[in-house]
Design a protein around this ligand. Structure first.
Ligand SMILES: Nc1ncnc2c1ncn2[C@@H]1O[C@H](COP(=O)(O)OP(=O)(O)OP(=O)(O)O)[C@@H](O)[C@H]1O
Length: 299
């Protein structure tokens, strides 16, 4: 049940929102669609769901076009959140669950389960307008997964959540994957994809600038990071060959190098100074890769 995005472009007048995008998302995977504001993430989701027509190309799930209006196997957390503020949580979820063909009993069971998971069981009979923004967001996520969909599309699911709730949602996303769902989510926070995804696509101005397996992307990128911890003054290393950047904060030095071959000469210099607590050659972060490929930073 692979999701295939094939040569998809979307033009809004002269504005090219998505530009010849090709992505394959295997079944049962958590896939990250990355990019800054206006990169084309939401437009891509709307095209996947059949809510927008592509100018060119097509999207197939399980070999067929998706028509969101008639599909019960899709869960979608839209960018524009759409809960009814005057309804109580249970009333809202009952309404949406029944639209997806569930019985009232089934909805209640699932709702209790997810409210417990999201650590807000006390909100079941509260009016949505009385909940904080983050807690409304949790209800919106529950609304999109209440019917146990096999394809879940989450547009910026972590935005507006505090760090504790980000962790709770991450755990739930992993649980949905373990139950067999294919999940695609968008974010402009690189660290979210590093933790959750095997494969990603980074969009910039509608184009895929980097795509594929995260480990592979990192190893193909070539550049590495060295972290050294200890008491020694290592500032002279800054002038050695292959060094792209050198940062020293308290007792920790972080060095970016062009490729791994430059690590050994640095190591040899460092141990000449005697004992160090740590010398580690690390893969670059997705943020480093994004900056190098796109020239923008997302934090
Ligand atoms: N209905 C529309 N009409 C005209 N232009 C649109 C429309 N929807 C999106 N766009 C444009 O398409 C581009 C991509 O927008 P999109 O919302 O897909 O980006 P995004 O990556 O989801 O951004 P964000 O992170 O800000 O939500 C933008 O330049 C946007 O202005």
């Amino acid at each position: 049940m692979t999701l295939e995005i094939k040569n998809v472009s979307k033009h809004f007048g002269d504005n090219v929102a998505v530009d010849d995008l090709n992505v394959e998302i295997p079944e049962g995977e958590i896939f990250g669609l990355l990019g800054g504001n206006g990169a084309g993430k939401t437009t891509t989701f709307r095209i996947i769901l059949g809510l927008l027509n592509a100018t060119e190309g097509n999207v197939l799930y399980n070999g067929k076009k998706i028509d969101y209006s008639v599909t019960d196997y899709i869960g979608y957390l839209p960018e524009e959140r759409g809960l009814h503020p005057k309804l109580k949580v249970r009333e809202q979820i009952q309404y949406l669950g029944k639209l997806k063909g569930m019985s009232g009993k089934e909805v209640d069971k699932q709702l209790d389960y997810w409210l417990e998971k999201f650590e807000v069981p006390e909100n079941k009979n509260k009016k949505i307008e009385k909940l904080s923004k983050g807690n409304q967001q949790k209800i919106q996520v529950i609304a999109s997964i209440i019917h146990n969909p096999s394809l879940i599309i989450l547009d910026e699911p972590f935005s507006g959540l505090d760090p504790i709730n980000v962790e709770i949602l991450k755990r739930s996303v992993i649980e949905m994957k373990d139950k067999g769902a294919t999940i695609i989510f968008s974010t402009h926070r690189m660290e979210h994809v590093e933790e959750l995804c095997e494969n990603v696509c980074i969009l910039n101005k509608g184009r895929s600038v980097v795509a594929g397996n995260i480990d592979q992307i990192k190893s193909d990128f070539g550049q590495k990071e060295i972290v050294i911890e200890g008491d020694k003054d290592l500032s002279y290393i800054e002038n050695m060959p292959g060094i792209l950047s050198f940062k020293s904060v308290r007792k920790r030095v972080t060095i970016k190098i062009e490729d791994e071959s430059f690590a050994e000469p640095i190591f040899n210099e460092v141990i000449k100074q005697g004992y160090v607590k740590r010398f580690e050659v690390k893969e670059p972060s997705m943020n480093d890769i994004f900056i190098a490929k796109v020239g923008e930073k997302f934090e």
